[in-house]
Write a protein that binds this ligand. Structure first.
Ligand SMILES: Cc1ncc(COP(=O)(O)O)c(C=O)c1O
Length: 396
């Protein structure tokens, strides 16, 4: 056994989150793609079966009330809230991240008010955010200004309406400085919108603490909600009365069953709702979130383990992979690292195929990036050592 394999054993033995793994359905594959689709929590199949057979099959329409279907978007929003540092009453779950980016960004421009006609967007963003920002800009009569997150402070001014940023870059795994960038956006009098897809469930976000205005995120990555599970929208409490959704569906009406011809928004985070919620997916997500109820399972503990896992992976890669064969694009500094490691590699697509054949699942991002996501709830140090060792074999 190698020295690194021995270290992995020791680290796994001391890992206080090691027991959480048993709450997931896993096999002997090393699953490092939870930054794309989280693994299945063992409680989900039974819950979905109950929702389908009993709540839908037997209670039918009564379940909107008796099974809590109608209030699920805000109830599950409140369950996600502590994981992203938000007090209750500010998050609703529903729709995709893309749709929530649209609501948040147009809502942000409307909040910013007269005379502000520029939207700043992260030029390196996950594409959907950029596409939607472009459309939101056209619809609101704004100019779109794509810049890198590092350039954001330098382009802010009295014309900036809203700034859309990613907390963690989907490709490089770089963690951006949410407190400092939010403060810079506020100093310019603009509205800060954050996409938390790659940070929620992996590290503390501190939405309330840092005064973030609006935020969105998905639930199928580090929150393990399942394929296509609904996203969420955070609207800071002080802004809720002025939040003017561009998608004012009947679920966000002050009196949805009043069936009134005129729209009147509900109070609070509810005005981020649109239409009938996707109950099957939403209640699967609710079951998945129960893994966070366990003793000692906190976002702080998850972050500490995430950093230890990614540190150890980088060390193992240095040791097992021939020098010069891959290049790390994820920052080494903890303050700049999310929960994934991205390695640039000339034949990355082919390398990932061979890794998957050998039981190590990460993913490939065009044109030359190998991504490895580390979900501390179910990834162990032995997995990390094995993944790096197999990578070394594959690229040699
Ligand atoms: C940063 C980011 N934003 C948005 C999305 C996609 O959003 P949607 O849920 O609408 O597919 C992703 C998907 O991976 C993402 O990484």
């Amino acid at each position: 056994m190698s020295e690194l394999a021995r270290r992995a054993e020791k680290l796994d033995a001391a890992d206080e989150l090691a027991g959480v793994r048993a709450q997931f359905v896993l096999d002997d594959v090393v699953y490092l793609d939870g930054n794309s689709l989280g693994a299945l929590p063992a409680s989900v199949p039974g819950r979905v079966e109950d929702v389908v057979r009993r709540q839908w099959g037997e209670l039918r329409i009564r379940s909107w009330d008796e099974s809590g279907w109608w209030t699920a978007p805000e109830r599950i929003g409140d369950r996600i809230a502590p994981l992203v540092g938000a007090a209750a009453g500010q998050i609703v779950v529903g729709d995709s991240t893309s749709v929530n980016v649209f609501k948040a960004l147009v809502g942000a421009v409307r909040l910013a008010g007269e005379g502000r006609d520029e939207i700043v967007v992260d030029a390196t963003t996950f594409p959907t955010d950029g596409y939607i920002a472009e459309s939101a800009a056209r619809m609101t009569g704004c100019t779109l200004r794509p810049v890198t997150p590092a350039e954001v402070p330098g382009v802010l001014g009295d014309r900036t309406a809203a700034v859309l940023l990613n907390h963690v870059d989907y490709r490089t795994g770089r963690l951006h400085d949410l407190p400092a960038l939010t403060a810079a956006v506020h100093a310019a009098g603009a509205v800060a919108v954050w996409d938390l897809c790659h940070s929620a469930g992996a590290l503390p976000v501190g939405l309330d603490e840092h005064g973030v205005d609006l935020a969105v995120g998905c639930t199928y990555k580090y929150l393990n909600g399942g394929p296509g599970s609904p996203a969420y929208l955070y609207v800071r409490r002080e802004l809720q009365d002025r939040f003017d959704s561009p998608l004012p569906g009947w679920n966000s009406h002050a009196e949805p069953f009043g069936m009134r011809p005129a729209y009147e928004p509900a109070a609070g985070a509810l005005r981020g709702r649109v239409g009938t919620p996707d109950i099957l997916s939403m209640l699967a997500l609710e079951a998945a979130l129960e893994v966070w109820d366990g003793d000692g399972v906190s976002i702080e503990a998850v972050r500490a383990k995430s950093l230890a896992l990614t540190d150890f992976f980088l060390e193992c890669v240095t040791s097992y992979v021939p020098a010069g064969r891959v290049e790390t694009v994820t920052p080494v500094a903890h303050a700049e690292r999310g929960s994934q490691v991205a390695l640039r590699c000339a034949d990355a697509g082919d390398v990932m195929k061979r890794l998957i054949e050998r039981g190590v699942v990460g993913d490939f991002r065009h044109p030359d990036v190998l991504r490895f996501g580390f979900t501390p709830l179910y990834v162990g140090f032995g997995d990390v050592e094995r993944a790096a060792r197999v990578l070394g074999d594959v690229v040699r």
